[in-house]
Design a protein around this ligand. Sequence first.
Ligand code: FPP
Length: 254
Amino acid sequence: MAIVAAGAQVEADPAGAVAGTVVPRHVAIIMDGNGRWAAAKGLPRVAGHRAGVQAVRRAIETAAELGVQWLTLYAFSSENWRRPLSEVMDLTGLLRHFLKSEIAELKAEGVRLRFIGDRARFERDIQFDLGAAERDTAGNTRLNLVIALSYGARAEIASAARAVAEAVRAGTLDPAEIDEARFEAFLSTQGIPDPDLIIRTSGEQRLSNFLLWQCAYAELVFLDVLWPDFGPAQFADALAEFARRERRFGARPG
Ligand code: FPP
């Protein structure tokens, strides 16, 4: 993955902007605003999604530079299948291209990939490339990159509940032993720390069925920037805002 030197977007020094502050271990991003970005420029929506992929590359690079250990990107929700077929094909086409063109470089950069969501809904070649990307990067430790694809939090929780019920029926799980830790072992994010910070771009302020269990204590930062314009400076702004928050996890101050 090339370090994107896209003019003004790298003028800020994100590492400097957050030096000496607490860097969140896990940042999760709802990438919103590709369509509006394209419309504002009189371009087709696919141009916004293409520019969105460039912003994905920048975000991965910036996260690694800033010392974020886990980065989760909401690339395709389970509800996105309801978009017109042409847009779904554009998005899956971009995903296919991303998997073919970026994985070798991500691997070389020390990025470990993992995908969450219902991958069975994608075409077979994409499913194959998702598995290959996970296997090929399994030894990497610099940055854990989780990409949510055909992901919906309610479906994830329902699926976990079903698996719990099946384990109880099979006699391998005692209902009395089901607690938060046991339950979350059935989620697709098993082994991934909860996000500390959720960023949503485009000015919208909602979670849109993203990581509903996992974000119980996440700090939420909503940015008035469209996803294709998200770069190191905006990432640093979000981390600076995170550093100003006092996290109490339900306890009293001090
Ligand atoms: C939201 O913008 C964005 C999406 C639905 C898709 C996000 C996808 C990418 C950034 C590119 C693909 C990613 C990878 C990893 C290959 P929107 O279309 O909802 O924008 P709008 O709300 O302005 O219409």
